[in-house]
Design a protein. Structure first.
Length: 93
């Protein structure tokens, strides 16, 4: 099933975020944390007209991770890559 994601669409996303890296010993070691977010898409950014690298700026329901505020409204949002979206639902009114 496919969905069209636009401003106002509720989405769920999940991804793995690296927390630190260590080169101690023979093997490189990277810490990671699983990130999950759900919320309403407020902005959609793309790098090319054909889709390219699409990023959604989401107003999260609850979030304790990093946010971005380089959008036109200045509000804190969670930046979500299109590949991380695992579900999309109804559009908010």
């Amino acid at each position: 099933m496919s969905h069209y994601i636009t401003k106002g669409t509720r989405i769920r996303a999940t991804w793995i975020q690296s927390t630190n890296a260590s080169l101690a010993g023979c093997q490189p070691k990277v810490g990671a944390v699983a990130r999950n977010v759900s919320g309403i898409v407020r902005h959609v950014y793309g790098t090319r007209p054909d889709g390219g690298d699409i990023t959604f700026y989401v107003d999260p329901d609850a979030w304790d991770g990093p946010t971005v505020s380089d959008c036109s409204c200045g509000g804190p949002h969670v930046a979500v890559k299109a590949a991380w979206v695992v579900g999309a639902g109804e559009t908010s009114k």
